[in-house]
Design a protein around this ligand. Structure first.
Ligand SMILES: Nc1ncnc2c1ncn2[C@@H]1O[C@H](COP(=O)(O)OP(=O)(O)O)[C@@H](O)[C@H]1O
Ligand SMILES: [Mg+2]
Length: 244
């Protein structure tokens, strides 16, 4: 279906918490593949394993078994784990949360440029990259502002720019639209779809938000630690101007 070695792929992923009679098998044989440029939904009831799966995908916790391949790099292969997951998280995985979590004492450009700088980019290169992303997200005019001077929608777009800053092969978005009204929620999904296409990023969106579920072309439902793939409506998101 996809060119192998790109996007993100997991095979036979399992995660057991604890041992013996109190062990919990939070993930049982999860298989998932997201291509570059694709945005998929991950949906499931409370306790189904969403957070555990997101933490494994984000290299925050190690699975008990299974494989994960990110871009062309094997991250886990059963008992083997690549060295330096911390650098992997910082340089190769973008995270978007419900709240923007911008650093209040850095201006907008430096909020976006910080991760590439930490990854070893020259400051001028990191700032140029930040400005390009801010322009792509229609917040270039706020480049010198402090986060507190921005509207909520602008802050969210800066947070998306930050997630893209190191050109990660994957972005993990955890309930990115939960507090937003319908128009803003769809605007965020439109942005994520545009950015996925433009930067060839695979994006996984964990959500309960009924407003955005019709936008996904593909959805992984997770129930009791197992995923089931489903074709979504893939409804085009209209190109109304972004709300501030
Ligand atoms: N650190 C942990 N230790 C033991 N069990 C856990 C831990 N984290 C989650 N679980 C259990 O794993 C299962 C999946 O939890 P979780 O991944 O948080 O689901 P969701 O995010 O879908 O609500 C649940 O039964 C939960 O109680
Ligand atoms: Mg959870």
């Amino acid at each position: 279906m996809h060119a192998p070695g790109h996007g993100i792929r997991i095979e036979g992923l399992r995660k057991r918490y604890g041992e013996g009679s109190t062990a919990v098998d939070a993930l049982k044989d999860v298989n998932m593949q997201v291509a570059p440029g694709e945005v998929v939904g991950l949906i499931g009831p409370s306790g189904s394993g969403k957070s555990t799966l997101l933490k494994c995908l984000g290299a925050v916790i190690e699975p008990t078994a299974g494989r994960m391949i990110l871009g062309e790099q094997t991250i886990y292969d059963n008992d083997w784990t690549m060295p330096d997951l911390r650098a992997l998280r910082r340089d190769r995985i973008g995270f978007v949360f419900q709240a923007p979590y911008l650093i209040p004492f850095l201006n907008v450009t430096d909020n976006v440029a910080l991760l590439p700088m930490l990854a070893g980019q020259k400051n001028a290169v990191a700032r140029a990259r930040a400005r390009e992303l801010l322009a792509a997200l229609d917040v270039a005019h706020r480049a010198e502002a402090q986060p507190s001077e921005l509207s909520g929608g602008e802050q969210q777009r800066v947070a998306i720019a930050r997630a893209l800053a190191n050109q990660p092969p994957v972005i993990l978005a955890d309930e990115p639209t939960a507090p937003l009204d319908s128009e803003r929620a769809l605007a965020v999904m439109r942005i994520l779809n545009q950015m996925a296409a433009q930067y060839r990023t695979a994006i996984i969106v964990v959500t309960h938000d009924e407003k955005i579920i019709p936008t996904f072309r593909r959805i992984y439902h997770i129930r009791d630690g197992q995923t089931h793939e489903e074709v979504g409506e893939g409804r085009a998101i209209d190109l109304a101007p972004l709300p501030a």
